[in-house]
Design a protein around this ligand. Structure first.
Ligand SMILES: [Zn+2]
Length: 219
């Protein structure tokens, strides 16, 4: 695997910064009930050519992440090395959904990918699954998304059927070039992207706010 060779493609400083930001974010999302029971996952692009993502490893408690809970994966979704030397590579596993992250990260506009398993995204994705999308219209909060300058805007959030065959889901996502800034998986959760962690977090927060309104008002 050549850990030292891999490490020449990205800076440890970049890794450390991303780890710090995702540890804070994980705590925030955990306490908002968006990342409970070790569910959900987060990643950041740390190298573009070749592609490397810093990502939460499988099965980690998002409320108390540490640097030892992060791995570096390549464009195939395989672990290249740990975020630090503390990571036990004999037991670390990439997230089951790593292929969704690597497919989304192939878009050069995407620098961070955040996935949540919230109550409201689970409800609205289930209720609207037959239509294949959730339509959100007329809310001031829509301006949290790039290019939206007025509440007088309609957004269609795509809903994919849930599956345990992540490769087939990743293939479907790869065929949709306009899947940003996010999409739902039926009775499962939300994926949002951004140019960086802050933008992806803003998108998650705006989506979750809007999903709660849609769910509470009966959609
Ligand atoms: Zn998930």
């Amino acid at each position: 695997m050549g850990m030292s060779a891999t490490r020449t493609f990205f800076s440890q400083e970049r890794v450390d910064q991303a780890v710090q930001a995702l540890v804070r974010l994980g705590s925030t999302f955990y306490f908002k009930n968006w990342s409970l029971a070790t569910s959900s996952n987060y990643s950041v692009v740390i190298g573009r050519d070749p592609l490397y993502l810093l990502m939460t490893a499988s099965g980690k408690d998002k409320g108390r992440l540490t640097p030892a809970d992060f791995v570096v994966v390549n464009e195939s979704g395989a672990i290249e090395c740990g975020a630090t030397d503390e990571v036990d590579l004999s037991t670390a596993k990439p997230s089951a959904e790593v292929l969704i992250h690597t497919v989304l990260a192939k878009n050069p506009a995407v620098g961070a990918i955040l996935h949540t398993h919230s109550v409201w995204s689970t409800i609205v994705s289930g209720r609207n699954a037959d239509k294949g999308h959730l339509e959100i219209e007329g809310y001031e909060m829509l301006k949290a998304f790039n290019g939206v300058t007025t509440h007088d805007h309609s957004m269609q959030v795509k809903i994919f059927p849930n599956t345990q065959n992540i490769r087939s889901l990743a293939d479907k996502i790869a065929m949709l070039p306009d899947i940003q800034p996010g999409f739902l998986i039926e009775k499962h959760g939300l994926y949002a992207t951004g140019a960086n962690i802050d933008e992806a977090q803003r998108h998650i927060e705006a989506f979750e706010f809007l999903f709660e309104i849609e769910a509470r008002t009966g959609v």
